[in-house]
Design a binder for this molecule. Sequence first.
Ligand code: AMP
Length: 115
Amino acid sequence: MTQDCIFCKIVAGGIPSNQVYADELVIAFHDISPQAPTHILVIPRKHISDMNEASPQDQALLGHMMLCASKIAADAGLAERGYRLVLNTGPDARQSVFHIHLHILGGRRLSGQMT
Ligand code: AMP
């Protein structure tokens, strides 16, 4: 837990979230400002600021986040039509919350642009 991290506070239950999934390693909840009909964030319980801070020790955790995302997307009905997974790192990517999170975006035809 990092004192000023909003996602650590969500993990700890100090800030409410619209949670869709939780296990011993990660939680997932709806984004407060959805950019698509389905916009869910998957975050580790462990505080990792961004991908620059991730280490080989986090390999299994990062893989677990990806596999949880695919299960959550399937449960949300996105498997057939597809979805996008996004993980922003740093200012050029416009990362705004410095606790790693995987965006699951789907429910409409997304832009062909990656930028
Ligand atoms: P990023 O720009 O990749 O760092 O994404 C941060 C995301 O967190 C944004 O899409 C925000 O809308 C979302 N967000 C920020 N605060 C909350 C919150 N309290 N509950 C849910 N989503 C949030």
